[in-house]
Structures are given as structure tokens and as C-alpha cells.
Design a protein around this ligand. Structure first.
Ligand code: 5GP
Ligand code: ZN
Length: 130
């Protein structure tokens, strides 16, 4: 059983932010920014590619609601919603979850997009992915 399934069934303690029949939100044990929260389905799906669409919509709707609430309560200036899908993308727990990362003026979270448009041909990419 995965570590989040153990949290969901109470074998491992957690700081619960929100819970209903389908969704659990907990504070991330390692706070990348203050209020860093994980929102997940109670049913096990390994990742974004595996999760049922209806469950996904429930999780994301709750993530949106909690993002606003946590941002306001913590007096944050905004937030990032992040999902890592597969190890190559940084997923370390193979149970679908989204991160809510409240953002503050001087926080040290780095989510940098570097411009590689000089290397890749956009038309070629379109042909490949459409
Ligand atoms: P990922 O890298 O898979 O996107 O994110 C997994 C997250 O789960 C990490 O940010 C990590 O700190 C968090 N995490 C791992 N183990 C536990 C745990 O036992 N309890 C809690 N609350 N968070 C955990
Ligand atoms: Zn699981």
C-alpha cells in the first residue's frame, strides 16, 4: 500500500486540512512555502494519466476552493497549483495529488521556465502532438 493510502486509512498520522468521502487535503510534511497543502483522491490512482476524469474534477474543484481559502487565511499574494506526473517530472509518491503552494513576496520557491523556443520549431512540435 502506498504512503498516501496509509495516511487516508489512518495508519500514518497527518494534518488534515479538508476531508470528504472522495477527497483528502493534508499539509505537506515538508513545507515548500507556508501552508503548502496536498489534495488527493481517497481512491488510489497512480498519477494524472491514470485518474478517472470525474474523480479528477472533484479533486481539482476542491484544490481551487482550498487554494483561495489558504491564500486568504495566510495573507499570501497568490499560489501555484502543481502536479508532478511520473518520476521524470518529480513525482515521488505514486498516488495522484496536487500541490497548493501559497506564494509570498520573499519566499524562496523556484519554478522557473527557461525559454527554449530558439531550439525547438513550434510548427514541428504542433505536427508531432496534434
Ligand atoms: P511529489 O514529489 O510526489 O509531487 O510530492 C510528494 C509530496 O509528499 C512531497 O512534497 C513530500 O514532502 C510529501 N510527503 C511525503 N511523505 C509524506 C508524509 O508522510 N506526510 C505528508 N504530509 N507529506 C508527505
Ligand atoms: Zn495510494
Amino acid at each position: 500500500m502506498c504512503i498516501f493510502c496509509k495516511i487516508i486509512n489512518g495508519e500514518i498520522p497527518s494534518k488534515k486540512v479538508y476531508e470528504d468521502d472522495d477527497v483528502l487535503a493534508i499539509l505537506d510534511i515538508s513545507q515548500a512555502t507556508k501552508g503548502h497543502t496536498l489534495v488527493m483522491p481517497k481512491k488510489h490512482y497512480a498519477n494524472l494519466f491514470e485518474i478517472d476524469n470525474n474523480v479528477y474534477l472533484k479533486v481539482m474543484a476542491k484544490a481551487k476552493e482550498l487554494a483561495l481559502k489558504i491564500t486568504e487565511k495566510e495573507n499570501a499574494l497568490g499560489c501555484n497549483i502543481l502536479n508532478n506526473c511520473n518520476e521524470a517530472a518529480g513525482q515521488s509518491v505514486m498516488h495522484f495529488h496536487v500541490h497548493i503552494l501559497p506564494r509570498y513576496k520573499d519566499d524562496d520557491l523556484k519554478l522557473e521556465f527557461i525559454d527554449h523556443s530558439k531550439i525547438y520549431d513550434l510548427d514541428n512540435i504542433l505536427k508531432e502532438i496534434k
